[in-house]
Design a protein around this ligand. Structure first.
Ligand code: TXA
Ligand code: MG
Length: 333
């Protein structure tokens, strides 16, 4: 199958609509990462998403809708604080998990009685959702377990030959996947951290918990149990205070003839050879925006990415640290 990359225009949107009406999949930009969309009401279309990505069939999908879509047709929204969260943060990088009305395919939520809904703020995403005017199930548009794509070229690298069309909306400004927050209980519970931080949610809803899976319990957000976001090359993770150890590791790799690159915040960059640094920048937002492009650059240029965690905690940095740790899963030092 030929995979075309098209700017978002009247004619590419019409083409996207034709594909979706035929039960196919289309990649599209959002402010976080690129998504791979299918008609959420069709079992066959939603199954195709899982097949194209190689995604485990027990990891549920997020349904994307435009800003004027009637939410009550999809979910039961009975928590007053959920409206406050929508008013404060939507459209934007916050996905809310509600009780489902069961109007979309049961394949979307893998048989769960909840449904995750997201209203992206990206102008191109809104234009696309408005044009097709259907609820679209969409995970990130990467091969399962690889780094999420933040440009049309990243989607092409992973999925060319498997999908017919990528709508190109440029580079994603946010850079890490949306915050996923359960709004079915008395207080909101963050299931996946992102650009809308737990602190921001608490400031609007009055309270907010962060879900930590307990040993032996079924996980509430099935995606959390999988290794995610990983580059194809080796990755090694160091704590912020282990800068010297990271340098020693870098030297040892180089001495063995391995191509090594160091992923670190701007403040730590001076400790490493300038041409071997993947610079994450200074602010948590900057780090989120650059992280996935740098991981993809790293896997292209290096045999090993040596990642030094940025200093600090909380807020947006929690989401950045979560993705960085997952990318380097299994090799945390
Ligand atoms: O920013 C984003 O959220 C991107 C863009 C494309 O919108 N999408 C994305 O989708 O990251 P995906 O499939 O890669 O991640 C969806 C996450 C998974 O961790 C999944 O387990 C969780 O949302 N999820 C989906 N439905 C759920 C539900 N009903 N209950 C709990 N967690 C759910
Ligand atoms: Mg994903």
């Amino acid at each position: 199958m030929e995979t075309r990359i098209e700017k978002i225009t009247e004619s590419s949107l019409a083409e996207a609509q034709r594909i979706l009406r035929g039960g196919g999949v289309v990649a599209f930009p959002t402010e976080t990462v690129y998504g791979l969309a299918a008609d959420a009401r069709r079992d066959d279309a939603v199954r195709l998403i899982y097949a194209v990505k190689g995604r485990p069939s027990d990891n549920p999908l997020i349904v994307h809708v435009h800003r004027d879509f009637d939410l009550s047709s999809l979910v039961i929204d009975d928590m007053p604080y959920a409206k406050k969260l929508r008013d404060a943060f939507l459209p934007g990088p916050l996905t809310l998990v509600y009780k489902s009305r069961g109007t979309v395919s049961s394949v979307v939520s893998c048989g769960l009685d909840t449904l995750a809904v997201r209203v992206p703020s990206h102008e191109g995403a809104q234009a696309f959702l408005k044009y097709v005017d259907m609820p679209l199930a969409a995970p990130s548009a990467n091969l399962s377990k690889h780094v999420s794509p933040v440009s049309a070229e990243h989607v092409y690298a992973d999925l060319h030959g498997r999908i017919p069309l990528i709508l190109d909306g440029g580079e994603c400004s946010g850079g890490i996947e949306s915050t996923v927050c359960d709004v079915t209980g008395p207080i909101p519970v963050v299931l996946r951290e992102g650009l809308v931080s737990r602190e921001m949610i608490a400031s609007v809803a009055g309270d907010c918990a962060c879900y930590i899976p307990k040993e032996g319990e079924p996980v509430r957000s099935p995606g959390m149990k999988y290794k995610h976001y990983a580059p194809v090359c080796r990755t090694v993770l160091f704590a912020p205070e282990e800068r010297r150890e990271a340098l020693a590791y870098f030297m040892a790799c180089s001495a063995k003839g391995e191509r090594a690159l160091v992923l670190c915040e701007n403040d730590a960059a001076e400790s490493f050879p300038a041409d071997k640094v993947l610079d994450m920048g200074r602010t948590p937002e900057e780090m989120a925006a650059r992280l996935y492009a740098l991981l993809r650059e790293g896997e292209r240029r290096a045999d090993v990415i040596i990642a030094l965690k940025p200093r600090g905690s909380g807020g947006v940095l929690s989401g950045v640290l979560n993705r960085l740790c997952k990318a380097c899963a299994g090799e945390e030092k």
